[in-house]
Design a protein around this ligand. Sequence first.
Ligand SMILES: Nc1ncnc2c1ncn2[C@@H]1O[C@H](COP(=O)(O)OP(=O)(O)O)[C@@H](O)[C@H]1O
Ligand SMILES: CC(=O)N[C@@H](CCC(=O)OP(=O)(O)O)C(=O)O
Length: 298
Amino acid sequence: MNADNDPSLEEHIRKAAVLVEALPYMQSFRGETFLIKVGGSAMDNLDLLRSLMRDIVFLEAVGVNPVVVHGGGKAISAAMARQGLEPVWASGLRVTDSASIEVVAKTLEDEVNPMLVEMLLRYGGKTAGVKGRSMLTGERAVGHDDDGNEVDLGFVGNVTGCNADAVRDLVEREVVPVVSPLASEVGTGLPLNVNADLAAAAMAKELGVSKLIYLSDVRGLLRDPSDPSTLIPSVTRAGTEALIEDGIIKGGMIPKVRSAADSIEHGVGKVHMIDGRIPHALLLEVFTNVGIGTEILA
Ligand SMILES: Nc1ncnc2c1ncn2[C@@H]1O[C@H](COP(=O)(O)OP(=O)(O)O)[C@@H](O)[C@H]1O
Ligand SMILES: CC(=O)N[C@@H](CCC(=O)OP(=O)(O)O)C(=O)O
């Protein structure tokens, strides 16, 4: 049969060509570990979330070792509202009292984590949910109000230690770990609520991954957060500090970027910040040279 006069065959040939275009990327990433942080804001649309989980299964099938750390800030706020609890924030972190930490743990470990595991399984992935607090240790974080006064954040932690042996073990068995962002308090063993970006960066450092990929609801780092056309495609670690000093990077983006920069200083190859609202954002970023988000380099 001649492809010239068979449009359906031409379409199949085009699809094969798309696969082959990804070959050099697949060859260079084979055997590498990517830490993928899925933010709560990338979970708004369940169809897109399922599609993202399928892309993660795809990565695993072509030889990459994906490790997932998830957030779930929006789900926590919704669960708190159902219990009549009002979310309070300081320094971009949720002030977490003893009633709230129960909601945080239940939402992240018993709802969001199993949902992601279930989605990965549905696409034929091998996967296991992992409680962050079985690996991460932390100490109480201190927040600040707008006037710079210290705020007691309750059961909120900074990560001080990470024993990722359980995750390495899963990766070696080609199982995709899905990790929830809580830590055990040093000394007491109490659960601490950890910002998921910080948990992801700590694990990325410990695992020495080649890529740390943040999926959120913005195109990437923007010069003007309200204007997607101001995307910063590439920035160095030092460049991010300048963007913070200039007030371009604000709010919850500050801990994300600082922890990302710190992870690069400690051996992580590259950080990508991409928009989970774009279908196949992850595959586009990794397997093409389109570069749809922001990359942070050494
Ligand atoms: N310079 C910036 N570029 C992009 N987003 C920014 C910037 N400064 C602040 N932001 C805010 O950071 C948010 C993303 O961070 P965050 O809320 O922590 O996401 P997630 O919960 O998905 O991890 C964006 O929705 C945006 O409002
Ligand atoms: C201390 C703190 O703020 N913890 C976060 C943990 C979840 C998270 O970080 O979720 P996202 O990635 O969706 O923002 C919280 O309670 O919302």
